[in-house]
Design a protein. Structure first.
Length: 537
């Protein structure tokens, strides 16, 4: 009787809850788990918390660390490094690092410390592998060592405390116990690629489960009738011999086949796969799938071997968090949801000179946004999103350009230009071509689609960008942006290209579209723009 009374009481409590609260408790995880540009994931669990690292290449700070309790609500809690300084390219001088910089970081936890290993996709010393360490995932992170380049590598601590790096297509080297360098003479090909692997094998992620070694890799199969897939090599000994199995081969949601990621366990012993999917203009998004251990293989996907539409959250009542956020710029520090395009010029921006505003100052004369320092970015997430800024341009100098962009290698810009004593707003389509080796800006095409003059004595403006990344029924996404402006924040006018196409190009930026706030000088420095807020939903 007492049990029945408890059950009835619990039911009454549930029924008395606001409907929105009940929805929040029961709302499933919708795939993609993160519909935003979060490529090359590595995920680990420490206690009851999951930590995820992703690739952000030329954005600074770099190697973002995100955490979650339920594999649904993620937030950025830190970065492995603030900036890279090996070359003036990182400062947008003497070339660029678009599509280069930090790649495919490996994240591990060993004996009370976090470790991150990454190798920029560069030639020479710029491509050296970094190993960082920290007591807490939030940082601070410090450099442990630098060594030769390892492509798309996985750091691995074995049970006997020996340490390895697995990289390339089935290559492995052992590291010294202090991680200072490799142990010479330990290079090994732990498997040879099979004849059916007609494309790249990369994205190494090594784990150990029940005494066996499992190396997960993406297989880029290019033959007719073949698809991208996730494969697994397993062995009883880390040195081999290894056998292979395809553990996931699934398209999803009207977009191409998924591939590259890892698997992670929960405190209760369940396993999940976190695998990215290319989705055009939004970038590479993360999917979440159950993992079933069948005959000793970690098979990713539902009972049909496919990425499911929804998943049950691991825990209820978790606070709602996100990796893209609105910002009123009232804090004294820049939020972790922001990243700069290349290294920032520290003395050319401020949150304190005009409290409640982000001040972006011009610091050198440049010809276009692709070479402009201190462009501030956040991801443009799907399925749809909208963001706006309120900007005071009264302190721009002649030739200055400031505004808001759907930023990528092809960028739609809402740019306020000061021409003499007057201000104009232009919606422009801007595209950059880069040299293959140096990633130097080779050519920039700019098309002014529409121009609007500011009313007299008006020096503030609201700029808005709406984006739509929903599937379009043709194995791809809408990838469309529309642009708006207002002088009062109430009445909005559309301007420029309708459904401007947002493009992902691995040969140039290799990145999904970003919201970007910018201010740069084309004639002389000394001007600045004040941004009151970044509104987002």
């Amino acid at each position: 009787m007492r049990t029945i009374k408890k059950a009835l009481l619990a039911l009454l409590v549930l029924l008395s809850m606001p409907f929105t609260m009940m929805q929040a408790q029961q709302a499933p995880i919708q795939n993609p788990m993160l519909w935003a540009d979060v490529p090359d994931p590595d995920v680990i669990r420490v206690g009851d918390t999951f930590y995820l690292v992703s690739t952000t290449m030329h954005l600074m700070p770099g190697a973002p660390i995100m955490k979650s309790k339920d594999l649904k609500n993620w937030e950025t809690v830190g970065y492995v490094f603030d900036r890279l300084t090996d070359s003036p390219k990182y400062d947008l001088q003497e070339g660029t690092v678009y599509g280069r910089g930090q790649w495919a970081t490996s994240l591990k936890y060993h004996k009370g410390r976090f470790y991150a290993l990454l190798a920029p996709n560069e030639a020479g010393a710029m491509g050296d592998t970094y190993i960082f360490s920290a007591e807490k995932a939030e940082g601070p992170w410090t450099i442990v060592s630098r060594m030769r380049h390892f492509h798309d590598c996985s750091l691995f601590f074995d049970d006997d405390d020996r340490v390895y790096v697995i990289y390339g297509t089935g290559e492995m080297m052992e590291l010294k116990p202090d991680l200072s360098d490799v142990i010479e003479g330990t290079h090994q090909h732990i498997f040879q690629r099979e004849e059916d692997e007609t494309g790249l094998l990369e994205g190494s992620r090594m784990i150990k489960h029940n005494g066996k070694y499992y190396l997960l890799m993406i297989s880029q199969a290019y033959a007719p009738g073949r698809h991208r897939r996730e494969v697994c090599y397993r062995a009883d000994d880390i040195h081999g011999p290894y056998e292979k199995n395809v553990i996931l081969e699934s398209d999803f949601g009207g977009f191409p086949y998924v591939g590259q990621g890892t698997i992670v366990d929960t405190e209760d012993g369940d396993w999940y796969g976190i695998i990215f999917q290319d989705r055009g203009g939004v970038g590479r998004v993360l999917t979440l799938s159950p993992v079933r251990w069948l005959d000793g293989w970690p098979m990713i996907g539902d009972e049909n071997g496919r990425v499911p539409e929804t998943m049950r959250p691991l825990k209820s009542n978790q606070p709602t968090t996100a990796i893209v956020k609105a910002d009123d710029f009232n804090d004294t520090k820049l939020g972790l949801h922001w990243q700069w395009n290349h290294n920032p010029v520290d003395n050319a921006w401020s949150l304190s000179e005009r409290p409640g505003f982000l001040r972006l100052k011009t610091s050198r004369v440049v010809p276009n946004i692709f070479l402009a320092p201190n462009t501030l970015t956040q991801r443009m997430p799907g399925p749809q999103c909208t963001a706006s800024i309120n900007m005071d341009v009264s302190h721009l100098k002649d030739g200055d350009c400031a505004g808001f962009s759907a930023f990528n290698n092809d960028a739609g810009l809402l740019v306020v230009k000061r021409i003499g004593k007057r201000y104009v707003l232009q919606m422009t389509e801007t595209s950059v071509q880069l040299t293959d080796r140096e990633k130097a800006v080779q050519n920039v095409e700019e098309k002014i689609v529409e121009e609007v003059a500011f009313p007299k004595k008006t020096t503030t403006i609201y700029l808005r960008i709406d984006a739509d990344f929903r599937a379009n029924g043709h194995h791809g996404g809408n990838d469309a942006a529309n642009f708006f402006y207002s002088f009062d924040g109430q009445q909005w006018q559309q301007i420029g290209t309708t459904n401007y196409r947002l493009r992902f190009d691995w040969r140039r930026f290799f990145m999904g579209s970003k919201f970007a706030i910018f201010c740069y000088a084309t004639k002389r420095t000394g001007g600045y723009a004040d941004i009151d807020a970044f509104d987002f939903k």
